[in-house]
Design a protein around this ligand. Structure first.
Ligand code: GH3
Ligand code: MG
Ligand code: MG
Length: 439
């Protein structure tokens, strides 16, 4: 991943050293003494070099993430917050700068992508409650020390948005095996050389793969921080960081984790939208066909069966013609609801065409399938609908795939056979069930 960095500073030699570093890491770099207003669309992030001499408000106007490189260890010029998202010391390893910029750009791309997807998902009717930061979060601190690292003690008082849970590496293995973890702080001041392996383990484990992971370093070992960032830590905290900086970093990465979780859920929504029908909420033809093949494969390997019910609303054109298309739509929704509520949760109901539905029933006895089909006809006939007068009826064609019986059909034929049976039901007067000849 690369990006376009606006490098700000007034010392030409200083700035060009940073520019070389970033270009080496394949970033596109533009150098300027000051950020200009309205640059949001041009750059992915701002980097303020130690010689940057600009007003905070100017940076703020740019409204893009900014990283400040600082000289003073104890009195940073910029505090972390809305304006400066990340800060590093001028003496940090040069790879730390690259790791931090990459992470910052990744976070912002994720946040932007999520905003876009939320808009699309809302338009599709999928709204998700946003409960981020509505309750105190548990952050596991992995250390053998008896107390929290000093830098966390300061913010562990009541009212803090994080509750810290101190665990030895062994105890944490047990916790990890049990549940998904949101945030972990690895205490490098205690674990030392084990930090790298712990980090790698956490990034590989399914319960911490997406967690916010931070490492606490002592001032002495601060220069090793880049290794942790490259091994998958989201950030490093140094033991003399201020309360507000530590809180900022924890909150930042927790939010980034929430954003990534939401993006993953949004992928699920996208997949869901691709296989469902917007009017009835049922699965669509595409999903039903894939599911049918899957069920037939299972039936074949486990000596089971698959029964298919092809369902078509009778004289539906007349419903539209008499009561209007909207009334027709409400009939489709009501029929879908009735079909869904009559079958078991493990049975699949799909709308595969305008007023055509299919139900796939794994491992149902022939007698039970017949009873169910009759019950479906009856339930639809008895539906009370506001949008129309008179009753709605359906016709059903049934076929069965049973690899153990003497008559075994190719699974791709099962819907065709159900359709043939449906045609018979229509011809015989509608509002009835018909079975494919060898059923
Ligand atoms: P049959 O008993 O033989 O099935 O007759 P039918 O009138 O139900 O069948 P036909 O195939 O002639 O008409 C189906 C109608 O379904 C025509 C079409 O306008 C209507 N239709 C298809 N999709 C929708 C939809 O999403 N909403 C509404 N309201 N009508 C739809
Ligand atoms: Mg039809
Ligand atoms: Mg019809």
């Amino acid at each position: 991943m690369s990006g376009h960095v606006l490098l700000i500073g007034s010392d030409a030699a200083d700035v060009s050293t940073y520019a070389d570093r970033l270009q080496e890491a394949l970033f596109r770099v533009t150098i300027a003494p000051l950020p200009r207003p309205n640059i949001e669309d041009q750059y992915d992030c701002l980097v303020l070099t130690p010689s940057a001499d600009c007003g905070i408000d100017l940076v703020n106007k740019a409204n893009i993430p900014a990283l400040a490189i600082e000289c003073g260890a104890h009195t940073p010029r910029f505090s972390l917050g809305h304006i400066i998202e990340d800060r590093m010391h001028v003496s940090a390893h040069k790879r730390e700068l690259v790791a931090r910029i990459r992470a910052m750009i990744r976070r912002h791309h994720a946040a932007r992508e999520l905003k876009l997807r939320e808009g699309t998902n809302r338009a599709l009717g999928f709204n998700e409650a946003n409960d981020a930061f509505s309750h105190q979060k548990t952050c596991y601190v992995v250390t053998r020390a008896q107390t929290l690292p000093p830098v966390l003690q300061q913010i562990s008082n009541a009212g803090a948005p994080f509750a810290f849970d101190l665990q030895t590496p062994e105890d944490f293995q047990t916790t990890l095996a049990r549940k998904k973890i949101d945030a972990v702080v690895i205490d490098d001041t205690d674990l030392g050389e084990r930090t790298a392996n712990t980090l790698l383990d956490l990034r590989a484990h399914p319960n911490t793969r997406y967690a916010a992971i931070l490492c606490v370093y002592g001032q002495m070992h601060r220069h090793n921080a880049f290794e942790s960032l490259e091994l998958g830590a989201d950030d490093v905290i140094v033991n003399n960081d201020t309360d507000s900086d530590v809180l900022h970093r924890l909150t930042l990465h927790w939010r980034a984790k929430d954003t990534n979780d939401a993006l993953r859920r949004s992928n699920q929504i996208g997949l869901y939208a691709a296989v469902t029908d917007t009017l009835t909420g049922l699965f669509n033809r595409r999903y039903a066909m894939t599911h049918l093949h899957h069920l037939c494969d299972i039936a074949k390997s486990k000596n089971g069966s698959v029964t298919a019910l092809m369902i078509d609303i009778d004289h539906f054109k007349q419903v539209n013609d008499t009561f209007g298309h909207f009334a027709g739509d409400s009939v489709l929704m009501a029929v879908a609801e009735t079909l869904k509520s009559t079958v078991r949760a493990s049975d699949l109901v799909a709308r595969i065409g305008g007023e055509e539905f299919v139900i796939l029933l794994p491992d149902i006895k022939e007698r039970d399938a017949k009873r169910l089909a009759d019950r479906l006809c009856k339930s639809v006939r008895k539906m009370k609908l506001d949008a129309i007068t008179g009753s709605i009826t359906i016709s059903i064609g049934v076929s069965r795939y049973d690899p153990t019986s003497l008559i075994s059909y190719a699974n791709s034929d099962i819907l065709e056979q159900a359709d043939t049976a449906l045609y018979t039901a229509k011809r015989n007067g509608r509002d009835q069930v018909s079975y494919y000849s060898q059923f």
